[in-house]
Design a binder for this molecule. Structure first.
Ligand SMILES: *Cc1c(COP(=O)(O)O)cnc(C)c1O
Length: 341
């Protein structure tokens, strides 16, 4: 049985949160003299809504999940850090990751003095058999599953995620930063049944507003309440809340761009496969491709000298580079540059 008290650090469970002016009075008023703000109106002279209700309501309608099950952070990175601070006792609980994966989980664990246990993905980047990993996940803490995975681009079955979560004493964090590029169903659909899952999504990738820093966490209401309790009161600024809302209201543009990027990805795959220096293009359900070259460092440095920057993942996966799908023009330049090497 899920009990929030069992997964939350004791000091956090007992914490009395800071109560900001905008939390203490939320009704209608004509004169606001409670927060020591500057009274001369501009778009930003007032503190932002601490709970981002307008933005969350739009997300709630889109994702079909109640506002009470949504947390918005200053990027997913903030949500990841807050998850560590709330649910991992430093020096005691552990964090579990499946490398090669997103580097931020381990960095955030280190910042919070939480040990990271690495369970390597199998050769095809699949998660090892559940029976094999169950022996290793004996501690409380956080277990991260990135799906589609960065940098490999593959997705994990919801059944696998649910099975791991049902056998884990801590919280399973499913990072779906790239889910909008995939046709797969989100792990949000598991939240009703499996109470120790947190789903992360972001507006930095498919939604095209990385500069706004808007990350979302979806979970059962008790988990969201803990995150709200420890977040900086005004963690999402007014301009980001407004622009984020506008982005959601113009969903057609987002969907058109996703379609274009996915078709560009398919074109890139075909063109890359014809280039002799390319050994393998991994299948991807994200907006990037993991590509194995005969000599990845040569490709990487030559492209860089031409002002084309891709991501060198050779240290994680031998001879592999990660290439973000760009605009049609950018992709043409990229392909021609690789052909010339
Ligand atoms: C890009 C990315 C994010 C997004 O982080 P933000 O802080 O929301 O910009 C999260 N997880 C993964 C795996 C990513 O690749």
């Amino acid at each position: 049985m899920f009990d929030i008290k069992n997964v939350t650090r004791n000091n956090i469970f007992r914490l009395t949160p800071y109560s900001s002016a905008r939390q203490e009075f939320t009704g209608e008023a004509n004169i606001w003299l409670d927060a020591n703000e500057n009274p001369f109106e501009t778009e930003v002279n007032r503190y932002p809504d601490p709970y981002q209700i307008a933005l969350k309501t739009a997300i709630s309608n889109l994702k079909k999940i109640p506002v009470s099950q949504i947390f918005i952070g200053n990027g997913s990175d903030e949500a990841i850090d807050l998850l560590f601070r709330a649910f991992c006792e430093p020096g005691e609980d552990k964090s579990y990751i499946f490398p090669p994966t997103y580097g931020m989980y381990e960095v955030s664990a280190n910042i919070n003095n939480v040990e990271t246990v690495k369970i390597n993905l199998a050769a095809d980047f699949e998660i090892p058999e559940c029976s094999a990993i169950l022996k290793q996940i004996d501690s409380k803490g956080l277990l991260f599953i990135c799906s589609p995975n960065n940098p490999t681009g593959n997705v994990y079955a919801l059944e696998t995620i649910a099975e791991i979560a049902s056998n884990f004493k801590g919280l399973v964090v499913v990072d779906e930063a790239y889910i909008d590029f995939s046709n797969r169903e989100s792990a949000i659909s598991l939240l009703e049944e499996v109470l120790n899952i947190v789903v992360l999504q972001t507006m930095s990738k498919a939604y095209g507003v990385a500069g706004l820093r808007l990350g979302m966490a979806f979970a059962n209401e008790q988990i969201i309440t803990v995150l709200n309790k420890i977040k900086p009161p005004y963690n999402v600024n007014s301009l980001s809340q407004m622009e984020g809302l506008k982005t959601l209201q113009n969903r057609t543009k987002v969907l058109e761009q996703i379609e274009l990027l996915n078709s560009e990805k398919a074109v890139l795959v075909e063109l890359l496969k014809q280039i002799p220096s390319v050994k393998k293009v991994y299948p991807s359900e994200a907006n990037f491709l993991l590509v194995e070259f005969k000599d990845s460092n040569k490709i990487f440095t030559t492209l860089r000298s031409k002002g084309i920057i891709i991501r060198n993942r050779t240290l994680q996966i031998k001879n592999c580079l990660r290439i973000t799908v760009g605009s049609p023009e950018q992709n043409k330049v990229l392909i021609n540059a690789i052909k010339e090497i």
